[in-house]
Design a protein. Sequence first.
Length: 274
Amino acid sequence: MATFGSSEFAKRIADDFREETPSTSGDGQEELAGEKFEEKQDDETPTHGPKQIRISEQSSILGLKSELIKRKTEINATKQQNLDKEYTGGRRSILTVKKDEKVSMQKAAFERSQRISQYERELRREEQERMEMMGKKLKEKEVVYEALKSGQVLTYQDNSPVDFMVDFALKKKLEEEKYHGEKEKEPSTSNLKRKHDAEHYDPDEEQRVYGVSHKKFSADEETRQRQLQELLDMTKKTDVTRRKEMEEARKKQLAKHEKLNRLRIKNGLERGFL
C-alpha cells in the first residue's frame, strides 16, 4: 500500500520523465511513460514507519503553534487586566466602592483629619491664653489683698478711693472689738480653769481608747511631777538594759566568729571573719 508521500513522489517522476523524453510519436511516448511509471511503482517498497512530514507542512505546523501561543498570551493578558480593574458588572453590591468614590473618600478623610488638627491647635492656644490671663488676674488680686491686709488705702489713678463691696478695715476693727469684748466678759476663774485644763488634761472628762504605752497622769502638780520623774527613770533603766543586751549579743557574735576562724585556720584556710 503506497502512502501519500510515495504517490506524490511517483507523480513528480512521471512529470519529469515527460519533459525529458523527445517528441517522437505520441502513442509511443505514452506507452514508454506508462512503463516507466509502473517500474517506479514496482521498485518502491511500502514502508510502515511513521508518516514523513515535508518542510512546508512543518512550517505550517510551527506557524499554527506560534499563533496558538500568541492567542494564549493575549487571552492571559486580557484576564489579568480584567482582574486588575474593579468589578462593576452584574448586580452591584451595596458594599462595592468605585475607584473615584474611593479617591473622594480618602480626600474627605484627609481633610477631616486636617480640620481636627487645626481645631486642636486652636483649643490649646485658647486654653494657654486663658491660663495666662487667670494667672495675671490672680497676681493682681494677691497684690490688692496684701495691700488691704497691711491697712493701705487703694486709689485709682485720679487718687479717688476704691469703693469695695466689703469694708475690710471696718470688718477687721469689728472683729477685734468683738474678741476683746468677749474676753472682758469672761470671769477670772474661768480663765484660770481654762488655762489649767490646757496645761493638764483630765482624761476622765472624755472616754478615749489609749494605747498600751499610755500613762495616766494626775491633775495635781506635785503628783504629776513625781509620775513624770518615775517615767523618766523607767526610760533610763530601759535604755541601760537595752544597751547591755546589745553588748552581750555583740560579744556572742564575736566569739562565734573567732571559733569559726580557728576552725578555718586548722583546716588550712584563711580567716573569713573579722
